[in-house]
Design a binder for this molecule. Structure first.
Ligand code: 4GT
Length: 250
């Protein structure tokens, strides 16, 4: 999948492309990452990219011409790509949205606004979809673009490497991950659960299922309410309730 980011802060985006899983994915030709500096498309000698808002008020608005030219440049380089504007007004980004976009054959052109945002006319001419990463306001769309690319890239086969693989059962099924432990066996007086040392893979699988359900119930009751438990999970929850009863009696 091809990611092309349009930004006034290309250093932020390029640092992201040059590190961790993303850089590995690029090296292995599984994804590409490019950044276009919107300022390169300004037309005056001061390299202006913003201007005062019509109608008055505080803050500045991104001028339409440089952004428009930058998007047209991106589209000429990647004609099939879907143009996404990062904005608090957009459709909510979540795991489901990430899977949907990861499944597309198209690349993504991600526009990052700054100041008070972009001129409405560029939006209506060029943007295929608006996306928000959550209900809060940031100083720019760059972190949103990075959140999206990170989340989508790890869903592309091979990006996480052959050993690791994303667990589609987490979050897609509205469940949190089970608790993780690594060496040492005892840390600050806390031991790891015995089962994890037993070597019994079936028992470990069941323990993890239980851990996942417990954590979802305790930490994200909103998610738990949505989940439909299968027969095995109902059994696990019943078992948990019995354990709690026993504890209460003691
Ligand atoms: C929040 C989000 C976003 C911003 C979000 C226009 C100028 C928007 C600054 C930009 N804030 N962008 N994408 N929640 N700020 O996704």
């Amino acid at each position: 999948m091809d990611f092309m980011v349009l930004s006034l802060f290309p250093e932020l985006i390029n640092a992201f492309f040059q590190n961790g899983m993303i850089s590995r994915g690029i090296e292995n030709n599984l994804i590409t990452g490019h950044c276009i500096n919107i300022r390169d498309f300004s037309t005056d000698r001061h390299n202006t990219v913003d201007d005062r808002p019509y109608g008055g008020g505080s803050g500045m608005v991104m001028k339409p011409e440089p952004l428009n030219a930058a998007v047209l440049c991106a589209k000429s380089r990647a004609p099939e790509s879907k143009v996404i504007l990062l904005t608090p007004q957009g459709n909510k980004f979540n795991q489901e949205k990430a899977l949907q976009l990861a499944g597309l054959q198209q690349g993504l052109i991600l526009i990052c606004g700054r100041y008070e945002g972009i001129d409405e006319r560029v939006y209506s001419l060029l943007v295929d979809e608006e996306i928000s990463i959550g209900d809060y306001v940031m100083t720019g769309g760059e972190l949103g673009a990075m959140v999206m690319i990170d989340t989508i890239a790890r869903l592309i086969p091979g990006v996480l490497g052959s050993e690791e693989s994303f667990r589609s059962d987490s979050f897609m099924d509205d469940r949190l991950e089970y608790a993780h432990y690594t060496r040492p066996e005892e840390f600050e007086g806390q031991k790891i659960p015995d089962i994890l040392l037993s070597g019994n893979h079936e028992k470990i699988r069941q323990w993890r299922k239980k851990s996942s359900l417990q954590r979802t119930f305790l930490k994200r009751p909103d998610l738990f309410e949505k989940t439909v438990l299968n027969a095995e999970e109902k059994k696990i929850v019943r078992q948990w309730c019995r354990e709690l009863e026993t504890l209460a009696r003691e």
